[in-house]
Design a binder for this molecule. Structure first.
Ligand code: SAH
Length: 215
């Protein structure tokens, strides 16, 4: 039987996102439209709308839908921003950010995954305002800085200074910080020269590699 993806997607938005407090209408709309199943490897495709992360190869995962929604909501995007996405993985999170902002740079350290993200975004017609770069995102991507929003989809031992340096004012940075096993999802807001940090959730991401990650 061929799954009814649109129905599964609607259910995911209602039960996993709206029921848990995701309120940003643009986030709900984007996640109600983007075909997550196209970003999940074939052997896991039937689980595309399950309430869990899924393997995407190379020991990496596509995040749980709720986590993607929460991170996107924390950036409070209005539509005109340039955003940096660290850890492209499948490209799904980049696609969500691409629907919410003007321009997305998505950095991925594993070449095969960067290629996969690129082809997933192209195939779904979501790639027009998204550039996937293969490199070490713990150092950001200074060529296109500053960014109004920065989203990091891998757990860091501390907030990389390079990302703070590349954050615009006003700007928001969302990043899991903690040990290799458990992190807090930090939302760092910069406004009027001041920087404030709050914790949005407890979480468990794969480790951020690279120079300012877990080396
Ligand atoms: N956002 C992804 C999920 C990513 S999982 C999605 O929607 O599918 C985290 C990703 O971060 C992995 O693909 C991993 O290879 C990548 N990663 C880890 N350290 C990195 C670094 N320093 N720079 C760029 N990508 C990194």
């Amino acid at each position: 039987m061929i799954p009814h993806w649109a129905g599964e997607r609607d259910r995911m938005v209602e039960r996993q996102l709206r029921a848990r407090g995701i309120r940003d209408p643009r986030v709900l709309e984007a996640m109600g439209q983007i075909p997550r199943e196209e970003f999940v490897p074939l052997q896991h495709r039937l689980s595309s709308y399950q309430d869990e992360p899924l393997p995407i190869g190379h020991g990496q995962t596509i995040s749980q839908p709720y986590m993607t929604a929460l991170m996107a909501q924390c950036l409070e995007l209005a539509g005109g921003e340039r955003v940096l996405d660290v850890g492209a993985g499948s490209g799904y999170h980049a696609a969500v950010l691409g629907a919410l902002a003007a321009e997305v740079i998505s950095v991925e350290i594993i070449p095969a995954l960067a290629e996969q993200a690129r082809s997933n975004l192209q195939r779904t017609g979501r790639g027009n305002n998204i550039r996937v770069v293969c490199g070490d995102g713990s150092e950001g991507f200074p060529e296109a800085a500053p960014y109004h929003g920065i989203s990091v989809a891998a757990g860091a031992p501390e907030t990389p200074q390079a990302l703070l340096d590349q954050l615009a004012d006003p700007g928001r940075l969302v990043i899991p910080v903690g040990t290799m096993g458990d992190q807090e999802l930090w939302v760092i807001t910069r406004r009027g020269g001041k920087t404030e940090t709050r914790t949005a959730a407890l979480c468990r991401f794969v480790p951020l590699r690279g120079y300012q990650g877990w080396r």
